[in-house]
Ligand binder design. Sequence first.
Ligand SMILES: Nc1nc2c(c(=O)[nH]1)N[C@H]1C(S)=C(S)[C@@H](COP(=O)(O)OP(=O)(O)OC[C@H]3O[C@@H](n4cnc5c(=O)[nH]c(N)nc54)[C@H](O)[C@@H]3O)O[C@H]1N2
Ligand SMILES: Nc1nc2c(c(=O)[nH]1)N[C@H]1C(S)=C(S)[C@@H](COP(=O)(O)OP(=O)(O)OC[C@H]3O[C@@H](n4cnc5c(=O)[nH]c(N)nc54)[C@H](O)[C@@H]3O)O[C@H]1N2
Ligand SMILES: [Mo]
Length: 696
Amino acid sequence: MHPENSSPAPEHKVLGACPHDCPDTCSMVVTVREGIAIKVQGNPAHPATNGALCTKVSRYTERSYHPERLLQPLRRVGPKGSGQFEPVGWDEALADIAQRLQTIAARDPEAILPYSYAGTMGRVQGEGMAARFFNKLGASRLDRTICASAGAEALTQTLGHKVGMRVEFFAEAQLILIWGSNSIASNVHFWRYVQTAKRNGAKIICIDPRRSETAEKCHQHIALLPGTDAALALGLMHQLITHDWLDHDYIARHTLGWDALRARALEWPPERTAAVCGIPVDEVQGLARDYGQTARAGQPVAIRMNYGLQRVRGGGNAVRAIACLPALIGAWRHRAGGVLLSSSGHAPVQQAALERPELLAGRSPRTINMSTIGDDLLRPSSAAFGPAVEAVIVYNSNPVAVAPESTKVVQGFAREDLFTVVLEHFQTDTADYADYVLPATTQLEHWDVHSSYGHTDVLLNRPSIAPLGQARTNTQFFRDLARHMGYTETVFEESDESLCRTAFGDKVDFAAMLAQGFAPLPVPETPFAEGGFPTLSGKCEFFSARLAARGEDGLPNHVPNYEPAGADARYPLAMISPPARNFLNSTFVNVKSLRDIEGEPLLEIHASDAAARQIADGDVVRVFNGRGTHECVARVSERARPGVVNGLGIWWRKLGRDGTNVNELTSQRLTDMGRAPTFYDCAVEVVRLSAAPAGL
Ligand SMILES: Nc1nc2c(c(=O)[nH]1)N[C@H]1C(S)=C(S)[C@@H](COP(=O)(O)OP(=O)(O)OC[C@H]3O[C@@H](n4cnc5c(=O)[nH]c(N)nc54)[C@H](O)[C@@H]3O)O[C@H]1N2
Ligand SMILES: Nc1nc2c(c(=O)[nH]1)N[C@H]1C(S)=C(S)[C@@H](COP(=O)(O)OP(=O)(O)OC[C@H]3O[C@@H](n4cnc5c(=O)[nH]c(N)nc54)[C@H](O)[C@@H]3O)O[C@H]1N2
Ligand SMILES: [Mo]
């Protein structure tokens, strides 16, 4: 063909939303040519996205058109976990699944368990239709605790809800504490506001055991020991009190329990704080001076907390202690002052309309905690527990890789008498243990709506391409399965487009979402300048009567880790396992261009800890404790502080050196609040196995 005769195929653009579990919830523009998505970009018209996507999601087409994408239903033929499957038709699969579930449900529907998390944060492909199905069935309910429930409960007990500063105003702050967050990796659109603030003279301090990509770019990095954040916050309060850097008027009018908190804080002089946190005394004093004096000078002081710090035994107390700080100095008086952990409480999600609790018809099924799935899959029937779990339906999650104490999780999923269905894009570690693996659509192929836990807009995702192969939406799976089960309620017929409208009802401007892809929520600029916290008292609750009524400490306190660094001579190192920058939990690990950047599972270790074990950079090491053993490559690095090693997550087990990942080592113990996992409260020892493999 002569070039002059060929005109390029026409392109069009479709507005979407990034589905991933991330505070940024970006608005995406998908370019489509001849039915194929060729490019995914950030929407320049959406302020929080600002026209840019992260490295991972700009590879979204590589992920969606991945040669290993699941495109047809599969049925297991080999032993559990062997990954041997044969193709099967959708109808045959659905009929068999329905029959298996009905047989179990006839004995006890609570023996069936849904397992899902935030593979997509969409309200429609997340809990909408699925919740209706499981409510009608009367299946066990899942306590979705694996990420944020300690912090969420703590924030709610202190401020009243998951609310806080509006993210865009961080740009105007004069002091920003980035506390337990690797913003450059996990919240990169927030980092843009930090850079603006920095250019305008703000001081930026990072509080994190790891010298993360973010920590190294701040003016100061305070590398405290994992799980000592409440001690640091109480130590700051001690200094604010003794130097009288307090906003007495704000405290008097808008807080509850000041006298009691004051007494508690006075137990934390800088020397004690520094000893517990494993940092110099002058870092405690200096931080308090910056915090107190910047506020005293009338300047806005802001804290960006993230969920990194609440994955320890005292995670709830840590979040409570930090969430008290802004009220002490009256930081909430400024729109650029206060604290932000999560903004999701602002979203007017119409939970009941989506999930239809009336389908429970008066039943109240038991709840199983997703964070203890290892133990719970292995539990026999008992009066206290109820029936043993006989079937699990997994969607939007990869528990075999992400749940703590993998040996138990694997043992549970390997049970030959467990019936497991996995809805997935890829043959993940979890899919390997399925009886049926069913191909799911990606965000390019379905409708959805999203709220955010980092900003205060809601977003609409329109499909830009047709489902690939035989992939079906999660909603379609549950609709189809409902039909096969003989459910006739009309709620099982609602279309995805209609569910998008149901999710927020008339609380958001759907016309704006259709036109521009997003709609801002009406959130005030200074939500708590005059108090008005959404607690029962309307105040910032230093003392929580609700916690006290449950027999818990009504005041925030330092709750030491279950497994503090140095406490157990057999496992003297504390391991944290924060996410690798180019993965999103276990998502994207199979995208080659991203995996190539991360290389392979790594353990960052400080030079002193490495030398004590004759470990050189690049050596293959074995990390172990009483729960398991994990082989990886050591990176002798300033990113690790003495006494703490960083095992970057979350690799697919089967892509690791010895078929394991960091969760082989983590425990199923739960946090002080919110029944959440304690991934970063984990003692280990490390030994050298062999010298650096060739090529590293
Ligand atoms: N690139 C990327 N982005 C992500 C994710 C991802 O996997 N990859 N995950 C997403 C998810 S699921 C979530 S929940 C959000 C938030 O995700 P988070 O898990 O909060 O992610 P980070 O911001 O990396 O925060 C973890 C930081 O906390 C630090 N940390 C660990 N223990 C402690 C401690 O005891 N105290 C303090 N102060 N710091 C500690 C770690 O070193 C790390 O730098 O990010 C989301 N964004
Ligand atoms: N050691 C350690 N463990 C951790 C953490 C840690 O920091 N350290 N972080 C924890 C945290 S914060 C979280 S949030 C959890 C995350 O745990 P998960 O929510 O399980 O997250 P992912 O590992 O990303 O797995 C999500 C899966 O959903 C699939 N998926 C995505 N979209 C869809 C869809 O539309 N339909 C269907 N059917 N499937 C879809 C993806 O392909 C992917 O395999 O992990 C936790 N585990
Ligand atoms: Mo998370």
